[in-house]
Design a protein around this ligand. Structure first.
Ligand SMILES: Cc1cc2nc3c(=O)[nH]c(=O)nc-3n(C[C@H](O)[C@H](O)[C@H](O)COP(=O)(O)OP(=O)(O)OC[C@H]3O[C@@H](n4cnc5c(N)ncnc54)[C@H](O)[C@@H]3O)c2cc1C
Ligand code: SF4
Length: 529
């Protein structure tokens, strides 16, 4: 498809916004994407049994918006219309908080990654960053970006956030890599726009999206100017190849029956996206060479995105429910250690929610007017997420018993000769049908070892940055001087320390002690500590 046609298809040419999950699924058909999965080109991703559960998960975000507009939609200041919250630029603390509530609910409803938060967080981060680039450089990015956002809202489309480059040698910046394509970069510029080459790794929901926003992945220096590029690209633009990522046990979706899949309806999606001279018209370029703003963009994006991992508390609710159910079916629900393990799971799960929602409640306005959550608390949230789901998975497997990994197949259960044997010998409590027991075991397997463990466990580890990335951010903001001053004053070592402390709380504690009304656009902007 030509670039013009592609853009018309995803621009204002369509008369009405996608509203329902069914409309969304139809919008993905017939795009002619170059998608490869297990060595084969996929003709129609919508109908591929491995891909379809991931599409269903995104469709659920549309249906939730229909069912519960207060939770999953907002009034756009750009269109004046009610739009899906995943496309909304946060105008208040409440808007940021509601993102988290919607994410927890969708985690509960799907038990997996529903894929739209990367785009939402990229839109919100870019809104303020383009504003501040324009303030310094007199550029036109913010107007372009607002128009792009308004278009996505009018169309009700899905946005993928393409940040993570394949990166090659991790110790080297982009311009020092042996292969310059290890990071996506501008290869050509014309009067019409720029051309991009490179590859983005682990792209969540990329081929379930309508647009990808390409962004730099790290702090850049003056010699990396070609890599300091942000652009919006239609998913079906010429020159893009998608190479689908395997998920543990993914081929179970191709087998007959739905029992062994564990969660047959919903799954996440990740693919490598290869850009070969992909054209982006200037109107959709939102950063071009402003290397100083790459770090600000990455920090603001990860700030939003690290507390978006509240999604895992919703998924955790499902796992806690599954653990409680198998204990019940096994007849041990009232044992004190079982109850205690469920309390432990709940306690840890709520820690994710608590830190994420606190980061959102402690939002402040950027100079653009868009609100952003608290960076320290967002990093603390994500850092919990790098370990808490693993502990919940361990406890769920403890309660499940060994059958979670030794269960015969659905075909054996339904076999004319051995099916009755399995039905007899795999029974737990006599009043619970064997099939119910097996279904809940398969769900626990799915979430802790199978395809949804990708989202629940390893994505929790690395998504939005590996654990060390959060420790660096927490370390930067921990205000040790301030804390030492508190201690020195109380220990009677240095009485001046208290006076200095009273006049300047510093970046994080200014946000801690500010009232909600004080967290206005005049508060020191994010990333300027
Ligand atoms: C399921 C999943 C979904 C994802 N979805 C998206 C998405 O939608 N969009 C997107 O843009 N990204 C996405 N990501 C990417 C995610 O942000 C990265 O995985 C993360 O930033 C880590 O990068 P990496 O995977 O290349 O690991 P690596 O960078 O290879 O890290 C591996 C280890 O090496 C360490 N390390 C790396 N570099 C250095 C260094 N210079 N010095 C010292 N130690 C170093 C890390 O701390 C880590 O311990 C997703 C990831 C996953 C797993
Ligand atoms: S991992 Fe969570 S925050 Fe990230 S896209 Fe998936 S559901 Fe959203």
């Amino acid at each position: 498809m030509s670039t013009d046609a592609t853009q018309a298809r995803h621009g204002g040419a369509q008369p009405s916004a996608l509203r329902t999950g069914a409309q969304y699924i139809e919008s993905l058909r017939g795009r002619g994407l170059a998608v490869y999965l297990m060595g084969k080109k996929v003709d129609e991703p919508v109908d591929h049994p491995i891909i379809r559960p991931s599409i269903n998960a995104v469709a659920r975000t549309y249906d939730l918006a229909v069912e519960n507009p207060e939770l999953a939609t907002a009034i756009s200041p750009f269109t004046g219309e009610r739009v899906n919250r995943f496309l909304h630029i946060a105008q208040s603390v409440d808007d940021v908080v509601m993102q988290n509530k919607m994410q927890r609910r969708l985690g509960q409803l799907t038990g997996t990654c529903f894929q739209r938060c990367v785009g939402m967080d990229a839109l919100n981060a870019l809104y303020s960053v383009t504003h501040e680039i324009d303030e310094e450089h007199g550029s036109d990015y913010h107007r372009r970006f607002r128009e792009f956002v308004a278009m996505t809202q009018r169309r009700g489309v899905v946005i993928g956030g393409a940040m993570t480059d394949v990166k090659g040698d991790r110790s080297l910046p982009p311009h020092q890599q042996a292969d310059p394509d290890m990071f996506v970069h501008v290869t050509r510029r014309t009067r019409e726009g720029v051309y991009l080459t490179g590859a983005k790794a682990h792209q969540t929901g990329c081929l379930n999206s309508h647009w990808l926003i390409v962004m730099p992945t790290m702090r850049l220096g003056p010699q990396d100017a070609d890599y300091a590029v942000v652009g919006a690209v239609p998913v079906d633009a010429d020159g893009i190849t998608y190479i689908y990522g395997r998920q543990s046990c993914d081929t179970r979706a191709m087998e007959e029956g739905d029992l062994d899949a564990g969660n047959a309806r919903f799954a996440g999606q990740e693919a490598m996206v290869v850009f070969s001279d992909v054209f982006v018209p200037w109107e959709q370029v939102f950063m071009h060479g402003e290397v100083d703003y790459a770090a600000m963009l990455v920090e603001r994006f990860t700030c939003y995105h690290r507390r978006s991992y509240v999604c895992k508390s919703g998924v955790g609710d499902v796992l806690i429910g599954a653990a409680a159910t198998i204990a019940d079916y096994n007849g041990v629900a009232n044992a004190s250690h079982i109850r205690d393990k469920l309390v432990e799971m709940t306690h840890r799960n709520e820690t994710i929610y608590a830190t994420g929602i606190a980061a959102s409640y402690q939002s402040h306005a950027t100079r653009s007017g868009a609100y952003i959550c608290d960076d320290m608390l967002a990093n603390v949230c994500k850092h919990h997420v790098t370990s808490v789901p693993y502990e919940l998975a361990r406890l769920a497997q403890d309660l499940a018993g060994g059958l979670v990994v030794t269960l015969p197949s659905q075909q054996d259960l339904e076999h004319s000769e051995i099916g009755a044997l399995l039905d007899k010998y795999l029974k737990g409590r006599s009043d619970v049908p064997t099939a119910k027991r097996l279904r809940i075991l398969r769900l626990i397997e799915n979430m802790t070892l199978g395809r949804n463990a990708v989202g629940y466990l390893t994505e929790s580890m690395h998504g939005a940055g590996s654990p060390q990335a959060q420790r660096i951010q927490i370390g930067r903001q921990m205000q040790l001087d301030f804390k030492q001053a508190l201690a020195r004053e109380l220990a009677g070592i240095d009485e001046d320390a208290l006076r200095a402390m009273a006049s300047d709380f510093g970046d994080y504690f200014t946000r801690v002690f500010a009232s909600a009304g004080e967290r206005s656009p005049d508060t020191p902007p994010h990333g300027e500590s």
